[in-house]
Write a protein that binds this ligand. Structure first.
Ligand SMILES: *Cc1c(COP(=O)(O)O)cnc(C)c1O
Length: 382
């Protein structure tokens, strides 16, 4: 591989194009642009793919998580356990409800919540646990369920569309599942999210909560016998509705999800094989119970063996045109949480290590085989 011919490889690029663009024509021409038939179609095929009874489209994974907690009745005085290494909104949504965030440490090998630490964090006030399927790898849900008992589990599957655990899709593993369609995820609608559940009562409740608390949807009202009668509002809700423009894009994207994952799986295997000889870099490893969704290829830099620090390595790769990122951040180390809860970085050593030494390298469907070869050659050349 010729390293002198510099390439430019972003960490991620959404796979959208002419089909997605054409799909938006129908809602634009019909004039039904907010939640309507396209969103319903997207929900239907998303529920089928993830083997759940209900899927409800919303504006993001963040609002999905928020609605999930509201539907579970989380409020002041309650505690919700979240892993310390995740995207910040997994914790923020707990605060939206006026409840207390309780962090649990993560396993720096899988980057997911450590069941042993989770167990220690449960109190009589624990009203929900949010296991995160980080980078598309499911958390160890059987262990977590054993520990949680009757405490509801809200899966943060923001990165995990199409992922699975013991043959069960993400989103069908807990009480409620939440997904993201931000452009950094495997499939995108610009911004967007999905809530999944098998619980009829929760689905009904979240359906109303996302639509200002109205007892029927706008579409039902407009197409019903008396469109001029406004519905009753029995709840204080939110406007977290996905638009039909996004729904139309989502339908096209979801149909390509498994193909995207299959392609990423092949290149992930290539990376693992080619990078096995790089002794300072630990590539993702997991058991056969897991079907990885490959939202990201997050590695761990062992600085004791590495020629440079993690940050220097990221800088050198950037100079060669290769974008890398820390996997995500340790939320307990962010200023706001540090100050709100008076926590030290070392209180969660697994999350601290993940924060300081994780490094995601490019893995997406717009990369050519030359791009992958270039990344491998550049890392080896360090
Ligand atoms: C991306 C992400 C979110 C937030 O998703 P949005 O759709 O941008 O709100 C939440 N949790 C995790 C783990 C994520 O990766």
């Amino acid at each position: 591989m010729n390293l002198t011919e510099k390439r430019n490889i972003p960490i991620s690029l959404p796979m959208t194009g002419i089909e997605e663009w054409e799909a938006t024509k129908e809602p634009l021409m019909s004039g039904w642009i907010t939640s309507g038939p396209k969103v319903r179609e997207f929900e239907k095929i998303f529920a089928e793919r993830h083997q759940v009874k209900h899927a409800l489209a919303v504006t993001s994974a963040t609002t999905a998580l928020h609605l999930a907690l509201v539907a579970l009745g989380i409020g002041p005085g309650d505690e919700v356990i979240v892993p310390a290494f995740t995207w910040v909104s997994t914790a923020n949504v707990v605060l939206y409800c006026g409840a207390k965030v309780v962090f649990a440490d993560v396993d720096p090998v899988t980057f997911n919540i450590d069941p042993v630490d989770l167990k220690k964090r449960i109190t009589s006030k624990t009203k929900a646990i949010i296991p995160v399927h980080l980078f598309g790898l499911c958390a160890d849900m059987d262990e977590i369920k054993k520990i949680a008992g009757a405490i509801p589990l809200v899966e943060d599957g923001a990165c995990a569309a199409g992922a699975g655990y013991k043959g069960v899709p993400a989103g069908a593993l807990g009480t409620i599942g939440c997904f993201s369609f931000h452009p950094r995820k495997s499939i995108t609608t610009g911004e967007g999210g999905m809530i999944t559940t098998n619980d009829d009562r929760l689905a009904d409740l979240m359906g109303m909560l996302r639509n200002h608390g109205a007892s029927i949807s706008e579409e039902q009202r407009h197409h019903g016998p008396r469109p001029y009668i406004l519905p009753d509002f029995n709840l204080m809700g939110f406007n977290y509705r996905m638009t039909d423009l996004q729904g139309a894009v989502g339908v096209v994207q979801l149909k390509k999800l498994d193909q995207y994952i299959d392609e990423r799986e092949i290149w992930a295997a290539y990376y693992k094989k080619e990078l096995a000889s790089v002794e300072w870099l630990r590539t993702p490893s997991f058991g056969k119970d897991y079907k990885h969704g490959w939202q990201s290829f997050a590695c761990f830099v062992d600085e004791s063996k590495a020629p440079f620090s993690r940050n220097e390595i990221m800088e050198k790769l950037q100079e060669m045109g290769i974008s890398t990122r820390p996997g995500t951040h340790a939320v307990h180390m962010l200023n706001f949480y540090k100050e709100t809860y008076q926590i030290k970085a070392s209180d969660f050593p697994g999350a601290q290590a993940a924060n300081d030494y994780s490094m995601a390298i490019p893995l997406h469907n717009r990369m050519s085989s030359e791009d992958f070869e270039y990344v491998v050659a550049a890392i080896k050349a360090l």
